[in-house]
Design a protein around this ligand. Structure first.
Ligand code: SDX
Length: 441
């Protein structure tokens, strides 16, 4: 048995049924709660752990993003999100997340040129879009087109080569704005617009979204800056559902395009990235119905009702989501500074959101459960004010989160000890029994 001085870094587990005890190591992370290494638990005690939804389970190690749920803090490679949205650009943040350090000017210039150079899509991919029904949801188009990229970009499939992995990561970062914008253009019967090499990453996306052969789109710097903030705020968020999906899918050595397509599919759910669209639909419903806000709050508290207050609550944040604070401040700034000020409709949405937030945060149910606005609560109002339609909100989220997905994928595939993810289960089905011939049933 270890001496006291060693105990500080182990935990003892005793199976009270057998009396057997084991000591398990405790891993000391650079930030965050200490973690029990349970890898030897089954070998030593014959026991599994049970944690549906991975509420207290670390699925991996990572050096990319850290969140403190109690304090409401978010850091990318140690840099606070509040500083990055003020000082950085999305493409610089992408470099930081993927490469692990803030780039020198020459590194940033080179990275930007590489990403812009790869923003074009193979012309044959255009036919892919036309395979969709004209009223297809842009997320459905995005899942399909991204998943098919491996059919067009064969030379990026050697996932064990670090250079090739970086190239595949940069290719996905480069192509997402074009795929996102073209998903919108196709769903709205508009001609595709090609990226330009003299625009920034965000300006290019706005250009491809809104430029018309009949009416040149001039990028409004404030709108571009607002989208930069939205994109930086959504770039990564440690092991959320969609990132965990990308990690799990690629743990079988599936190619990065297929793995990111799986992440896009997971993000689409209203409990995750689909919440931004659901928040606006909820606010619009509140505005158009005679029912009071109080009645919606009561429904959200009623367990027999599946309705939840969209944009509220979070698995990790038990304090205000720092991104929600940033985006709420941006709503006010757009409302006061931009000549394309919040439309009357959007101003009403913002007022409704602020009122709903105030009432919920004063309600015992939300206070007791530490339910605060999350990143999705205000982001939709900004996107509407930029002219982004409702069904494109999660597409924007996916475009930004691609940086996090490929950075986490690259980190995992670079770890020689990583293995295929294969969770166990708690089996509650029938015990072993013999087959019953049809005439005896
Ligand atoms: C994102 O993981 C990430 O990092 C995600 C994300 C990212 O950047 O990748 O941050 C992006 O997905 C943000 C979340 C967007 N989703 C929504 O806004 C949908 C509404 N929120 C809920 O569905 C919920 O809060 C979740 C899904 C976000 C979190 O779910 P949890 O951690 O499983 O919450 P829970 O079910 O354990 O909630 C604890 C309690 C429960 O009540 P009790 O059983 O204790 O009585 O709080 C209640 C829940 O019923 N609750 C809510 C609520 N959220 C939780 N009640 C009403 N309205 C809500 N929104």
């Amino acid at each position: 048995m270890s001496t006291d001085k060693d105990r500080v870094n182990t935990v003892t587990i005793t199976d009270n049924q057998t009396g057997n005890s084991i000591e398990l190591d405790i891993i000391e992370p650079t930030q965050g709660d200490r973690i029990i290494d349970i890898q030897s638990l089954h070998n030593k005690l014959g026991l599994f752990t049970y944690d549906p939804g991975f509420t207290v389970t670390a699925s991996c190690w990572s050096k990319i993003t850290y969140l403190d749920g109690e304090k409401g803090e978010l850091q990318y490679r140690g840099y606070p999100i509040e500083q990055l949205v003020e000082e950085s650009s999305f493409i610089e943040t992408a470099f930081l997340l993927l490469c692990g350090h803030l780039p020198s000017q020459s590194e940033l210039d080179e990275f930007s040129v590489e990403i812009t150079k790869d923003s074009l899509l193979q012309e044959e991919i255009k036919r892919f879009f036309s395979g969709f029904h004209s009223n297809a949801h842009p997320m459905a188009i995005m899942v399909g087109v991204v998943g098919a990229l491996s059919a067009f970009y064969h030379k990026y499939l050697d996932i064990h080569d670090p250079i090739n992995r970086k190239d595949a990561a940069k290719l996905l970062i480069a192509k997402m704005p074009t795929i996102a914008a073209w998903s919108y253009r196709y769903a709205n019967g508009l001609p595709f617009v090609y990226p330009r090499h003299d625009y920034t990453y965000v300006e290019n996306f706005l250009h491809m979204m809104f430029d018309l052969p009949t009416d040149k789109y001039i990028v409004d710097p404030l709108i571009a800056q607002a989208l930069e903030v939205i994109m930086i705020s959504h770039a990564d968020h440690e092991q959320n559902a969609s990132t965990s999906t990308v990690r799990l899918a690629s743990s079988s050595e599936a190619n990065p395009f297929a793995s990111v397509a799986a992440g896009i599919a997971s993000l689409w759910g209203p409990a995750h990235g689909g919440a931004n669209e659901a928040v606006i639909r909820m606010l619009q419903d509140m505005m158009s119905s005679e029912k009071s806000i109080e009645s919606y709050i009561e429904r959200a508290k009623d367990k027999s009702d599946s309705f939840r207050l969209m944009g509220f609550g979070h698995r990790i944040y038990k304090n205000y989501d720092p991104r929600a604070k940033i985006i709420r401040k941006l709503c006010h700034r757009i409302g006061s500074e931009s000549e394309s000020a919040l439309s009357v409709e959007n101003k009403k949405l913002l007022d409704m959101a602020l009122k709903l937030e105030g009432m919920a945060l004063a309600d015992e149910y939300f206070i007791k459960r530490k339910l605060y606005p999350n990143v999705d609560f205000y982001s939709g109002i900004i996107m509407l004010s930029i002219g982004i339609p409702l069904n494109m909100f999660t597409v924007i989220f996916a475009m930004a989160r691609t940086v996090g997905w490929v950075s986490q994928w690259n980190e995992m595939m670079g770890d020689d000890s990583s293995k295929i993810s294969r969770p166990r289960q708690c089996y509650l089905g029938a015990t072993k029994r013999d087959y019953i011939p049809m005439d005896e049933r």
